[in-house]
Design a protein around this ligand. Structure first.
Ligand code: IPE
Ligand code: IPE
Ligand code: MG
Length: 243
């Protein structure tokens, strides 16, 4: 394979924090929202690269539960931007065998129309298996755990769940996408070294790669570079080498 990637050690699940849109725009004298618009090309180049590499699960952080704190104009733009991207790209994704899914809270301030487009896109692509592209949208790791705890508590109250038998698998089963494998690799762009409430439960043993590239500049080559770094790491999961 080009750039020395080992085809046998391609991560099954790559999760990305698409960060740096605002700074990308500001450096060009543009509005922050122009940066969000420019992020679309980065996303679809990355999807293309992930398909070529045979990555089965790609998860992208599109809107966090904390992003509601942004100015109303920017929040509105992000809602519209995600909606229009879905409408324009879903047939193409479907034809490429991509299953599109969403994790996050669907109620609250998310416009009903956006929720409807999300559900339609999920239904349209539900049978595809080449790759699952998951949008973390109105997503927060703490919100996910909170929602899971509530559901488990309901199960206990209804007698469906025995509190003594709650284990890690019980919790995994109550996350938003119980069938999604944990990410092998989490990539964050824009030179920030934090998780920002992304996949808290799921990334317990993920490898983290941080890059200074701002999201709108991110391309397949950057994905490949992140995977090359991942392949240089040694994953131990708490054990010892070679045991
Ligand atoms: C990431 O870019 C996009 C979202 C959070 C929706 P930012 O908008 O956070 O860009 P910076 O980090 O301010 O540069
Ligand atoms: C994380 O980026 C959320 C998304 C990429 C959607 P933020 O830009 O919101 O995170 P902070 O504020 O830098 O932690
Ligand atoms: Mg940011």
């Amino acid at each position: 394979m080009k750039d020395g990637l080992d085809p046998r050690r391609i991560p099954a699940h790559v999760a990305i924090v698409m960060d740096g849109n605002g700074r990308w725009a500001q450096r060009r004298g543009l509005k922050r929202t122009d940066g969000h618009a420019a992020g679309e090309e980065a996303l679809f180049d990355t999807v293309e690269g992930a398909l070529d590499l045979g990555i089965s699960w790609l998860t992208v952080y599109a809107f966090s539960t904390e992003n509601w704190r942004r100015p109303l104009d920017e929040v509105r733009f992000l809602m519209r931007c995600n909606e229009s991207l879905l409408l324009r790209r879903r047939d193409d994704l479907d034809q490429r065998g991509v299953r599109v899914r969403f994790i996050g809270r669907r109620g609250g301030r998310v416009p009903k129309r956006v929720v409807r487009h999300i559900e339609d896109t999920e239904a349209l692509t539900a049978r595809n298996r080449r790759m699952t592209l998951t949008f973390a949208f109105n997503y927060g790791g703490r919100a996910e755990l909170t929602d899971g705890v509530r559901e488990i508590a309901r199960g206990v109250a209804a007698g469906r769940i025995d509190p003594e038998r709650i284990d890690e698998r019980t919790i995994s089963r109550h996350m938003y996408a119980p069938d999604m494998p944990d990410p092998d690799l989490v990539v964050r762009t824009s030179g920030e070294y934090r998780i920002s409430n992304y996949l808290l439960w799921e990334s317990a043993y993920s490898e983290f790669v941080f890059t200074d590239v701002l999201w709108p500049d991110f391309r397949t080559r950057d994905l490949r570079a992140a995977i090359a770094e991942y392949q240089r790491r040694e994953r131990r999961f708490g054990g010892v080498e070679g045991a």
